[in-house]
Design a protein around this ligand. Structure first.
Ligand code: APR
Length: 246
């Protein structure tokens, strides 16, 4: 009787996974879905907050216009996250640190669940919901889990905003450049739980592919990246990622 792994993961992918040295894992909201973190898209829906599409409330324009409203949205998401734990997908990726000499986890997620599962040196392309940023001096204080969030900067007294990349903003300096470097040097690129609609993050698998890496997508739905991938595994990350090491 064929094992679940043998049914879902091709011998070629299994071999690539067994022999890979430099691995890049790009994750999106879908990797945290089984922890209870709502995705933004997928299933034909998009998130709406108080009548505003999420890409309106999560925008640079809204920070200018109504910073308290932006905080209200991120405070709501942060309070949701407090009770949530990493799932089997996060743990599988964390375990791969023992297997691969060079593992780079690049995430679009701001939830900190990769780090909570024990993954080190996560490249956070879109920042973190657990940090604030001063709109003037750029200091980045951590937001304590169980204490009140500060709204003014200790260094200069100016307003703090979420240290999250909002629509209409550039990615944190250096983060994307490092991700590109790692993708271009990778021999295996796993794309997990992203709709691959938001650039420049969605461009990383293309860079890996054009540099010779084997690219595999894990998602219950097809995405604009699926045709580019050497292998597409349809299903939930929490069910599938643990199978890779079996
Ligand atoms: N396992 C794997 N993938 C899943 C699962 C699961 N259990 N559940 C849902 N998915 C997939 C969906 O099919 C969808 O393709 O995860 C994807 C989630 O897509 P989005 O919600 O668009 O999230 P993401 O791709 O991370 O969005 C990118 O857009 O909204 C901005 O800044 C935000 O970082 C985010 C960026």
């Amino acid at each position: 009787m064929q094992t679940a792994r043998a049914q879902l993961i091709s011998p070629e992918l299994h071999e690539r996974f067994r022999t890979a040295e430099r691995v890049v894992v790009l994750t999106g909201a879908g990797v945290s879905a089984e922890s209870g973190v709502p995705t933004f898209r997928g299933g034909g829906n998009t998130t709406v907050w108080k009548g505003m599409p999420f890409d309106v409330i999560s925008s640079a324009t809204m920070v200018q216009r109504d910073l308290p409203a932006v905080w209200e949205w991120f405070d709501y998401r942060r309070n949701l996250l407090k009770q949530l734990k990493p799932n089997a997908a996060h743990h599988a990726i964390a375990d791969w640190q023992q297997q691969f000499p060079h593992l780079t986890v690049v995430t679009q997620n701001i939830d900190g669940l990769h780090q909570a599962a024990g993954t080190n040196n996560v490249i956070e392309l879109h920042g973190s919901i657990w940090r604030s940023r001063c709109i003037d001096c750029n200091s980045r204080p951590e937001i304590p889990r169980d204490e009140r969030r500060d709204s003014l900067c200790y260094e200069c007294g100016n307003h703090l905003r979420p240290d999250v990349v909002l629509f209409g903003e550039m990615l944190p300096p250096g983060a994307f450049e490092l991700a590109v470097e790692r993708a271009a040097a990778s021999d295996l690129c796993l794309v997990v739980g992203t709709s691959a609609l938001v650039y420049p993050a969605a461009g990383l698998p293309e860079i890996a592919k054009s540099s010779g890496a084997f690219v595999c997508e894990v998602n219950p739905e097809r995405t604009p990246l699926s045709d580019l991938c050497d292998e597409v595994i349809t299903g939930k990350a929490g069910d599938l990622l643990p199978l890779f090491s079996q």
